[in-house]
Design a protein around this ligand. Structure first.
Ligand SMILES: Cc1cc2nc3c(=O)[nH]c(=O)nc-3n(C[C@H](O)[C@H](O)[C@H](O)COP(=O)(O)O)c2cc1C
Length: 299
């Protein structure tokens, strides 16, 4: 009994210490989880990048969908491919140097031009430019591109209406101050007169998968990278013939434009290029390009 009465205050102290420790711990955990919740909300706000997340998603993952394997072609079903000799021209070093400078000088003059002349452009030139774009490499030679060339004034106007409607929402609501400020420097906004004026609108679709005559689907590996390379070649080809364009990626317009142009569901809009001669009073922002030392690393 005496021992118990001596131990009681000790036990009470120990009990208080344990309860106190548990309280402190639980508060620490709560603070940590609130902080992490706040951090993740902030991160998801800053990570919200609709120009990456919405329009430009690559649908290669559709290949992985469960239960759809029977719809897809097995690569073994494709025929064997003969190989042929290849010997492109080889130039003396001096000529190489000259050609490398010439092409650089030509492409260094390329600018995104937002003021395009309505003057007609020969259709055959456009066909050749697109033929050139079609020489791009592509994942497993799937050539996952469709170039829709629009010259019909009514369709161009419908495209303009779709793009301007979405762009206005992008500028006013979706994109945030940073994006709007970055674009203000370039004096670009949601009014896209060039969509009516340019003699051609070229809408480039990436085919997220292919459709074979037997109805099976074919994987289009790296379709977005392949089509983007093709677009780069297209820009160079336009520059080569003295035509101008402005690279545009109309956000959230893809599905509407795809339906308007009656493209199938496996095609997603990647880029819209108005094409023509520059307007006689065209201006461009006085941008400077990074010097070689800033973009090259020799190892
Ligand atoms: C992927 C991509 C998307 C672009 N989207 C737009 C656009 O929606 N509207 C626009 O006016 N310019 C757009 N541009 C053009 C850029 O603003 C332009 O390339 C950049 O300011 C550099 O100018 P330069 O093309 O004259 O060298 C885009 C360019 C790229 C590569």
């Amino acid at each position: 009994m005496a021992l118990l009465s001596v131990l009681t205050p000790v036990l009470a102290v120990v009990l208080c210490l344990v309860i106190g420790f548990m309280l402190v711990k639980s508060r620490e955990t709560e603070t940590a989880s609130t902080a992490s919740r706040e951090k993740s909300t902030a991160a998801s706000k800053t990570d919200y990048r609709p120009w990456v997340d919405q329009d430009l998603q690559d649908d290669t993952e559709t290949r992985e969908r469960e239960g759809e394997d029977a719809d897809w072609v097995d690569h073994n079903e494709e025929e064997d491919l003969p190989h042929v000799p290849y010997s492109p021209p080889r130039y003396p070093e001096e000529t190489m140097l000259e050609r490398s400078k010439d092409l650089y000088n030509l492409l260094n003059q390329r600018r995104s031009v937002r003021f395009i002349s309505p003057e007609p452009v020969p259709r055959e030139v456009i066909d050749n430019v697109i033929r050139t774009a079609g020489t791009a490499p592509s994942g497993a030679h799937t050539e996952p591109w469709t170039f829709v060339v629009v010259s019909d004034p009514e369709t161009k106007h419908q495209i303009r209406q779709i793009v301007e409607e979405e762009e206005e929402v992008n500028y006013r609501q979706r994109m945030g101050d940073k994006w709007v400020n970055d674009l203000a420097r370039l004096r670009t906004n949601w009014i896209k007169e060039y969509l009516d004026v340019a003699p051609y609108l070229v809408l480039i679709f990436k085919q997220t998968y292919g459709m074979l005559p037997n109805g099976k689907k074919k994987t289009h590996y790296y379709n977005e990278i392949s089509v983007s390379i093709s677009c780069g070649i297209l820009l160079a080809a336009l520059q080569n013939v003295g035509l101008v364009t402005v690279t545009s990626t109309p956000l959230n317009c893809g599905p509407q434009l795809r339906l308007l142009l009656k493209r199938p569901a496996n095609e997603k809009l990647l880029m819209l290029l108005p094409v023509g001669y520059p307007a006689s009073d065209a201006t461009v922002p006085d941008l400077k390009r990074k010097p070689l030392e800033e973009i090259i690393v020799h190892i």
